[in-house]
Design a protein around this ligand. Structure first.
Ligand code: UT7
Length: 327
């Protein structure tokens, strides 16, 4: 078998222009800027324009990632879009994106693992390249969470935002690239974070009675799960890579809550400056959180060649994932 070193050769992000601030939310539900900032770290989030859907955000981020990789869209072999807010249940958002990009050679599918979806996508793409099956794979995390957010529910509406991040995976020199993946799921916790409608379980009327197509979340249960899983998943990925906590140059965690990130930093003995945090600007963008943070870290020059970067995320399913990458 032809085993190649596989890494990220291009990154890109796109966030919609419209900013929804905590102050605006104060007029929509019974909340305060002070509560939101101290309990979550979020100050504002982006909201897609009425005419924008997830594939539109994915397209803008993908154009940048493909340009940064120095390839043409026609050179892509596969497109994976991690999302819980596809434009439609089918055709997949990945197929819509494939057409828009003119990536004629690429196979395309959506991946559903909620906020862990981007890391699940990286693991899938990386394996398909290292096996020799494909050369270039576009992995996108893209969400329009505002479309499934109930803006009368203060437990959820303060958290979520819209945006997209994209990466191109390809061959890199030996010694660099992905070193490990650690993926997990606990379906028993599925009820803690869900959208009831839109699938085959409920009729449209039944779904409407059960909360429709809005996100429902048992916040503090998900919080406890996240605190339990984040540090441990990162440690397991480091162990698999033959590395230790001290080797981390930059941690890029799922951007859900600053207190969850803080607990992971404590467990990993990591100072704040070795962690990418941008949830103050974008809130929780589910599968798009990590690739947006990665693209921003690259833009800000926070990652140098040879750096050890660790991704870690958790989300609905329940799911989690971590990965170690030498840049
Ligand atoms: O990507 C994965 C998706 N989800 C997550 O990552 C969410 C994980 N969970 C969390 O981030 C936190 O649980 C929340 C931010 C959602 C909530 O924070 P918390 O510290 O766990 O608060 P809580 O749910 O225990 O609620 C504490 C109090 C409650 O009032 P009472 O019952 O003590 O009187 C809530 O009703 O805070 C109240 N509360 C609010 N107050 C003002 C809940 N939401 C708000 C709000 N503004 N927006």
């Amino acid at each position: 078998m032809n085993v190649q070193a596989v890494g990220i050769i291009g990154t890109g992000k796109y966030v919609p222009e419209r900013i929804l601030t905590n102050q605006e939310l104060e007029h929509m539900v019974e909340t305060s800027d002070e509560w939101i900032v101290t309990r979550t770290g979020i100050r504002e989030r982006r909201i897609a324009a009425p005419e924008q859907a997830t594939s539109d955000l994915a397209y803008e981020a993908s154009l940048k990632a493909i340009a940064a990789a120095g390839i043409a869209a026609e050179e892509l072999d596969l497109i994976i879009v991690a999302t819980i807010t596809p434009d439609t249940s089918f055709p997949s958002t990945a197929c819509l994106l494939q057409d828009r990009l003119g990536a004629k050679k690429a196979a395309a599918f959506d991946l559903s693992a909620a906020c862990s979806g981007f890391i699940y996508g990286l693991a899938t793409a990386s394996s398909l390249i290292s096996s020799g099956m494909y050369k270039h794979v576009l992995v996108v995390g893209a969400e329009c969470l505002s479309r499934i957010t109930d803006y009368t529910d203060r437990n959820t509406c303060i958290l979520f935002g819209d945006g997209a991040g994209a990466v191109v995976l390809g061959e890199v020199p030996q010694g660099r690239g992905f070193r490990s993946f650690q993926l997990g799921a606990d379906g028993a916790g599925g009820e803690l974070l869900k959208v009831s409608g839109g699938g085959s379980r409920l009729s449209p009327e039944g779904a409407a009675a059960a909360g429709g197509h809005y996100i429902q979340m048992a916040g503090s249960e998900v919080f406890k799960f996240a605190v339990r899983i984040m540090g441990g998943a990162a440690e397991e990925a480091l162990y698999k890579a033959g590395l230790s906590k001290e080797d981390i140059d930059l941690l890029i965690p799922h951007q859900a809550n600053i207190r969850i990130i803080q607990s992971a930093l404590n467990r990993l003995n990591l100072p704040e400056e070795k962690c990418m945090v941008n949830l103050d600007k974008y809130g929780n963008v589910s599968a798009a959180s990590i690739p947006i943070a990665l693209a921003e870290a690259v833009e800000e020059g926070r990652i140098q060649e040879g750096d050890t970067v660790v991704f870690v995320g958790f989300g609905g399913g329940l799911t989690w994932g971590a990965s170690v990458l030498v840049w």
